[in-house]
Design a protein around this ligand. Structure first.
Ligand SMILES: Cc1cc2nc3c(=O)[nH]c(=O)nc-3n(C[C@H](O)[C@H](O)[C@H](O)COP(=O)(O)OP(=O)(O)OC[C@H]3O[C@@H](n4cnc5c(N)ncnc54)[C@H](O)[C@@H]3O)c2cc1C
Length: 291
């Protein structure tokens, strides 16, 4: 196996152009598992660990541009105040060791429907910046996921960063697993309120071939919510039902399709209730994690 170690982003792009089949490795928390279990034997590994351009973040206009190599621990510690939904999701990923190594870029590269960063990226209107020697593409998260572990990334492209605006209102993430930590989601849900725009963003994980938004549920809330009043219980319940209806789950070892739909309706109703409490309380931010 050939092992390439570019020192800069430019070198990494050159290497990917020359070896489109090369498998990028960032934190290695997915790639090394696949190698160790002989699930994958690539001819070329492209180590991005020395590419410092990937490990920073900057304000970019009214959004944040976060490098693909920023680990979950940093998302939690340094960006948790601005990206609270994503930070909540990051807190549920693996163990401290996995959160120190694992990255949002790697989660995007793997494109697993169960990846925990995907629901908050969808709810938060994230855009994924990918680059190759052919140029840069900005891909909305809604267009990024193409199938089970398949993304819009072309063979010569690398993920450079994701772009997301700091929270405009309360955000929450909720995940159900077979236990409380070190667990792949049976299903998960993220919500982001945009009080000024009078709209709500959503993201569903592990309940369809790809992560997805519950578009009809978002449209329902945009129509029905009275943003100055307490949350109407009937509206919250219907929101839950619409989120469940948006999913396309399967029965597998982790849970049945029926259980996933039920769990999603509960998580949607609960996260909306928590977010609404914060909204009316005027904190403008989410304050509570949920796993
Ligand atoms: C014990 C354990 C527990 C885990 N728990 C969770 C969990 O709770 N939730 C969860 O979502 N995941 C979990 N994971 C999976 C993994 O940690 C995450 O998917 C993590 O985000 C991967 O990031 P990484 O940097 O380690 O990626 P890597 O393993 O380096 O790469 C992952 C994939 O992305 C590609 N890739 C990496 N960087 C780029 C780039 N810049 N451009 C293009 N492609 C790229 C790689 O080629 C590979 O296909 C767990 C893994 C382990 C081993």
């Amino acid at each position: 196996m050939e092992f390439l170690q570019p020192a800069t982003w430019e070198e990494a792009l050159d290497a990917k152009a020359e070896h489109p089949g090369a498998v990028p490795i960032q934190g290695g928390t997915d790639v090394m598992v696949e190698l160790n279990f002989d699930m994958r034997r690539p001819a070329v590994l492209l180590d991005l660990g020395r590419v410092t351009e990937l490990t920073g973040w900057d304000p970019a206009g009214d959004r944040l541009r976060v490098g693909a190599g920023v680990p979950y621990a940093t998302v939690i510690d340094a960006l948790g105040d601005r990206l609270p939904g994503l930070a909540q999701a990051a807190r549920t990923v693996g163990s401290p060791q996995i959160r120190n190594r694992g990255t949002v870029g790697g989660n995007l590269g793997a494109a697993s429907p169960a990846g925990d960063s995907h629901p908050p990226l969808l709810a938060g209107d994230a855009v994924i910046e990918v680059e190759s020697r052919r140029g840069i593409r900005m891909i909305a998260a809604t267009d990024f996921y193409r199938g089970v572990k398949r993304s819009a990334l072309e063979p010569d492209e690398l993920i450079r960063a994701f772009w997301m605006a700091p929270a405009a209102g309360p955000q929450y993430f909720s995940k159900i697993g077979t236990r409380n930590a070190m667990v792949i989601a049976v299903c998960s849900f993220a919500i982001a309120l945009y009080p000024e725009e009078r709209r709500v963003g959503t993201g569903i994980g592990s309940a369809a071939p790809t992560p997805l938004r519950a578009t009809a549920a978002e449209e329902f809330l945009a129509r029905e919510l009275d943003w100055d009043a307490p949350l109407d219980e009937a509206v919250a319940r219907e929101f839950g039902a619409l989120v469940a209806a948006a999913a396309a789950p399967i029965d597998d070892v982790r849970g049945t399709a029926g259980y996933r739909r039920h769990a999603l309706s509960v998580m949607a109703r609960r996260t909306l209730t928590w977010a609404w409490r914060d909204h009316l309380g005027g904190t403008g931010r989410s304050g509570r994690g949920a796993a």
